[in-house]
Design a protein around this ligand. Structure first.
Ligand SMILES: NC(=O)c1ccc[n+]([C@@H]2O[C@H](COP(=O)([O-])OP(=O)(O)OC[C@H]3O[C@@H](n4cnc5c(N)ncnc54)[C@H](OP(=O)(O)O)[C@@H]3O)[C@@H](O)[C@H]2O)c1
Length: 220
């Protein structure tokens, strides 16, 4: 599997890309600047000890990926999606974006489109299947090998695409949980704000979510 990480020069994208490279996947790092993308790919290759990653500008990275993961701040969400729209047609786009309001003590922004995920789906159209995942996973967890004791909630309107992303989470050592349709991303994105507050109060860096009381695969 060739996984493109658009915005893969940042903290969250780097952690995801490194994890997938460690799991034997090919990784394409995307950036607005090709030299930053190449540098980020070299860092990953040095860490895993083989040429798992290459770096390109975002649009080319999205074109090269069989599945595309978006890890940019919400302020850059719409602009980046417009840039890669043609490159992701027919693919799964995994949206990791949390619409944090940085000016108002890290509150959730109220979005006209409901959630970043729903906005991405509306902008990209039905030929691209948008799946929300990893919003509740701190980059500090991703740096560690083998995942940690928390789940990845996976939302999106396409059941098969959700299953594919659950598999991607498994490659990183996380249990992916089928969290239903794209509108549920409003809850998942919002939950990250809760976790950020818990981190502050408990002086922690990686509070996470664990769903209890479920066994086996979901049935829809
Ligand atoms: N950090 C976490 O622990 C964490 C956890 C869960 C979810 N998330 C979410 O994941 C996303 C990325 O988080 P992050 O912490 O990795 O962010 P980040 O490091 O601030 O940014 C990621 C990358 O986005 C690109 N970028 C930044 N500003 C941009 C702009 N104005 N226009 C276009 N591209 C821009 C940059 O790449 P280039 O400059 O190379 O183009 C940057 O390296 C956010 O939506 C965040 O809420 C983060």
């Amino acid at each position: 599997m060739r996984i493109a990480v658009v915005g893969g020069t940042g903290k969250e994208g780097h952690g995801l890309a490194l994890g997938w490279a460690r799991a034997g996947q090919e990784v394409v790092i995307g950036s607005r600047a090709p030299e930053r993308a190449v540098r980020a790919a070299e860092t990953i290759n040095a860490a895993v000890g083989h040429a798992a990653a290459v770096g390109m500008v975002n649009r080319e990275a999205a074109m090269a990926g069989e599945i595309v993961v978006l890890t940019v701040p919400y302020d850059a969400h719409e602009e980046t999606l417009r840039d890669i729209r043609d490159s992701v047609r027919g693919k799964i786009l995994v949206d990791v974006t949390v619409p944090v309001d940085l000016e108002k003590s890290r509150r959730l922004r109220v979005l006209p489109g409901g959630s970043a995920t729903e906005e991405a789906q509306a902008l990209l159209g039905s030929e691209t299947r948008v799946v929300a995942a990893f919003q509740n996973i701190s980059h500090t967890h991703l740096a560690r090998e083998g995942g940690v004791d928390c789940d990845v909630l996976v939302c999106g309107d396409d059941v098969e695409a959700r299953q594919e992303v659950i598999r991607l989470a498994g490659l990183l050592g996380f249990r992916g949980v089928d969290a239903g349709p794209a509108r549920n991303a409003r809850v998942v994105e919002g939950f990250t704000i809760l976790l950020l507050g818990i981190n502050r109060r408990y002086k922690s860096k990686g509070a996470g979510v664990r769903i209890t009381g479920i066994e086996g695969p979901s049935d829809d």
